[in-house]
Design a protein around this ligand. Structure first.
Ligand code: ZN
Length: 257
């Protein structure tokens, strides 16, 4: 279906409407989730390679699921729906999953998260399930093998970064440290639920500090913005918007941590 601004306002009621406010979503977030769809320009949508400068234009042409739930961003299929509803923002304390998230955020650089999400099963298969001790042992032959693996993003620097991140995590384990403890030590004090994406900063003092700590330990592709995206995804912060239907459930899980 084609979503109208009115429908999107119902899906994302962030207190803004009209052309100036676009969908109430930042262009960056729209690009993150809808960019690839629009860049691919699926003929059925008739949107072509439309510029991403005017979010309000995109909203008229985006195909989204309308199941009556208010979400932080429009979702187009079950993969995106599951990611928003059941994963994003829920606390993660498993080191392999945290390592995976850090690595995939690095792979995402320059691409859309949607692309990475769809390739994630391939990434997991190719990178030993992101088990730090397994991935840390990958050598030159593994890098060459991965560069030929179409299931993943074949970028040598990013592949080498993922292995370096695994080695840094394995080094932490050898020293008796957990990646989860480091990540969760940068949990900020509670703050009010954001009402719109305009109230969500791209990075914070906590993400900058965690980025420094990760870099110091040998992690790569871990700038403050990338790290903040990871902190949002693994529940260190809860940036589900105030109107989002899973926000309270996610917050309850974080309080229980
Ligand atoms: Zn949400």
């Amino acid at each position: 279906m084609t979503v109208s601004l009115g429908l999107l306002a119902r899906l994302v009621p962030v207190g803004l409407s009209g052309a100036d406010a676009g969908c109430g979503l930042s262009p960056g977030l729209l690009d993150r989730f809808l960019g690839p769809l629009l860049r691919r320009g699926r003929p059925s949508l008739g949107v072509g390679h439309r510029s991403l400068r005017r979010p309000s234009q995109l909203c008229d042409a985006a195909t989204v699921i309308d199941d009556g739930h208010v979400r932080c961003w429009p979702v187009r299929d079950d993969i995106e729906r599951a990611y928003h509803d059941q994963e994003w923002g829920r606390p993660v304390r498993d080191d392999a999953r945290l390592l995976e998230k850090i690595c995939l955020e690095g792979f995402q650089s320059g691409l859309s998260w949607d692309t990475i999400l769809r390739k994630r099963p391939g990434f997991r298969a190719a990178f030993g399930g992101f088990d730090p001790e397994v991935l840390a042992r990958y050598g030159d032959a593994d890098v060459e093998r991965l560069l030929a693996d179409a299931r993943i993003v074949r970028n040598r620097r990013k592949i080498e970064a993922a292995i370096a991140n695994a080695r840094a995590t394995a080094d932490m384990h050898a020293a008796g440290e957990a990646l989860a403890d480091l990540v969760w030590a940068h949990r900020p004090s509670n703050r009010p639920a954001p009402r719109s994406w305009a109230e969500v900063a791209p990075s914070t003092s906590e993400s900058a500090e965690l980025a420094r700590e990760l870099k110091r330990r040998g992690f790569r592709f871990v700038g403050p913005t990338t790290v903040y995206a990871m902190m949002q995804a693994v529940g260190v912060v809860n940036d589900h918007l105030a109107a989002c239907f899973v926000r309270d459930e996610v917050e309850a899980l974080r309080v229980a941590e």
